[in-house]
Design a protein around this ligand. Sequence first.
Ligand SMILES: [Fe+2]
Ligand SMILES: [Fe+2]
Length: 193
Amino acid sequence: MQPISPLMIEHRIIERMIKIINLKFEEYTRTKNPNKLFIESAVDFIRTYADQTHHGKEENILFRELKKKSLTLEHKRIMDELIQEHITGRRITGQLETAKNLYFSGQKKALDLILKKMDFLVKFYPKHIEKEDKQFFQPVMSYFSLEEQNKMLNEGYLFDRKMIHRKYSKLIGEFEKKSGLPLIMSRNWLDYL
Ligand SMILES: [Fe+2]
Ligand SMILES: [Fe+2]
C-alpha cells in the first residue's frame, strides 16, 4: 500500500462529515435554530480528525519528505497552496467556534457568522480534497522509491496510534487548566508510547 492510500481513505471519511455539516447548514438557515452540541462536534471533528490526524500526516510526513526532493515548479506550487489551505481551514474553524460561543452567550446576531463559516467549510474542503486526490498525491509518489514509500506509510501508522493519547491528554490538560491544577502530563511522555 502507498502512503497516500490511508490519506485518500481519510478523505472519504471527511467527505461524509462535510455532507452532514452541509445538511445542518441548510437546516439552521431555515430554522434559525443552531444546535450547540452539533457545532461543537463538528469543530472537534475538523480539529482532531481532519486537521491533527489527517493534515498532520500530510504536513509532518508526506510534505516534509517532499521538501527534501527537487520538485517541479508545478508540484511545489500545489504543495504551497495545500499548506496555505490547511492554515485557512484552521482559521475558519476557530472563527466558527468563536461565532458559536457568541451566539450561545446571547448574541443572536452571531447566527449569520455561524452560517457563513459553515458554508465556507462545506465548500472549501471538497475542493481541497479534490486537488490532492486528482492533481497531487499520485504524481508526487514518483519522487519516492518503494522503500521510502513504505517508511512513510509506517510512520503514518505510528502517528495515528498516538492520536488517541494526544487527544485525551489535551482534553485533560484543558480541564486541569480550568480547575487551576498543575499540568501533570508533559508532551514528551507521549513520544514513548
Ligand atoms: Fe490537505
Ligand atoms: Fe487531505
